[in-house]
Design a protein around this ligand. Structure first.
Ligand code: ADP
Ligand code: MG
Length: 338
């Protein structure tokens, strides 16, 4: 008899969770992405003890139909793609159908949802299995609570940094969502204190001023341009506002926050010699393109992307930044000593 066995889903989901759910921030990211994909305009995230005790995300989106409640925790089950063609034309933030299966395998999850504005339903999931299903009071939309994250994976729990650091990471991802979707009203509540509250009025400058402060907001300039394949818009801070790391540079492709070495290089080339060595700008840039030109299926967290026609996009970005800085005469003035 052979020795190979197919793993039970409760184990294979935990293995997948190891990649997708690294810390409370990853749970917040996945739940908020789902809320955005559901068409929500108001999204509230509440955390207790930096999310290690509890994370609750409430949205006013589509809600979930009764039949789907059974399927939403199954790995590779998704409402967002169906076939090969869809996989190469992704417009939603999610598509892998593995976040909820992963989260549910390392925590205790409750979903309360209302799909038709009338009947609310609740399910409780422990170790990936539905343990309770009832009718419940609910408003249109969905509320997902994740409790006792990593209760059954002690090694992962041990690896968590201080509550302060974990909360900082959650704040960070929420700020990226606010810059990525300024039309959505986001709130972050930590241990009953409101930490972040965006207006959702679509004003990027206002969103950035809440995140980076008034001083930066007053010194932001808009960039805007396109080539055949790419459209680039955004706000860049004048070169005198530099930072010691790349953290303050946010790049979004079709709404998704991404990290990309070559595009970062193009931005720095745009500023050219105006940035002192080891200093980086503050900016938020939105790139819109045909989803067929970007492969987001590179890494489970979907932050890494591969781009077709990358050089074209790089030169558009550096050109736009360069033009703006010279055109507006934004070069910091060096005082001459007499
Ligand atoms: P994916 O987002 O890749 O499809 P997930 O595991 O994150 O996979 O979610 C599984 C499915 O559950 C989604 O495809 C969606 O249909 C449904 N879902 C999850 N969260 C929400 C939500 N907040 N509102 C509506 N539907 C949701
Ligand atoms: Mg998802």
């Amino acid at each position: 008899m052979g020795v190979i066995k197919a793993l039970h889903s409760s184990i294979s989901n935990k293995i997948a969770a190891g990649e997708v759910i690294e810390r409370p921030q990853s749970v917040v990211k996945e739940l908020v992405e789902n809320a955005i994909d559901a068409g929500s305009t108001v999204i509230t995230v509440e955390v207790v003890e930096a999310g290690l005790n509890k994370i609750k995300v409430t949205d006013n989106g589509s809600g979930i139909q009764e039949d789907d409640l059974e399927l939403m925790f199954m790995r590779h089950a998704t409402s967002k793609i169906e076939n090969d063609h869809d996989l190469f034309h992704i417009r939603s933030l999610g598509f892998r159908g593995e976040a909820l299966a992963s989260i549910a395998s390392v925590s205790k999850v409750r979903v309360i949802t209302c799909y038709d504005g009338k009947i609310g339903r609740q399910i409780d999931v422990i170790d990936g299995e539905i343990v309770n299903k009832t009718l419940a009071h609910a408003r249109q939309g969905t509320e997902i609570s994740v409790e006792e994250l990593f209760y059954n994976t002690p090694a992962r729990l041990k690896y968590m940094k201080s509550l302060h650091t974990e909360l900082g990471k959650i704040t960070d991802i929420m700020n990226r969502f606010i810059m990525s979707f300024p039309h959505i009203r986001f709130t972050l509540v930590s241990d009953e204190k409101v930490l972040i509250n965006s207006s959702g009025n679509g004003n990027m400058q206002e969103a950035m001023s809440k995140i980076y402060g008034m001083k930066i907001a007053q010194d932001l300039v808009e960039i805007n341009g396109e080539t055949g394949d790419y459209k680039v818009t955004g706000y860049i801070a004048k070169p005198e506002h530099t930072r010691s790391n790349r953290h303050y540079m946010s790049l979004f492709i079709n709404g998704r926050y991404i990290k990309n070495f070559m595009l970062t290089k193009a931005i720095l080339e745009g500023y050219h010699t105006l940035l002192p060595v080891g200093r980086f700008p503050v900016l938020a840039i939105h790139i819109t393109m045909d989803p067929a030109l970007v492969d987001v299926n590179v890494h489970p967290t979907k932050q890494e992307v591969r781009l077709s026609k990358e050089p074209q996009l790089m030169s558009l970005i550096s050109q736009l930044i360069k033009e703006k800085i010279w055109q507006q005469n934004l070069i910091p003035k060096v005082e001459k000593k007499s």
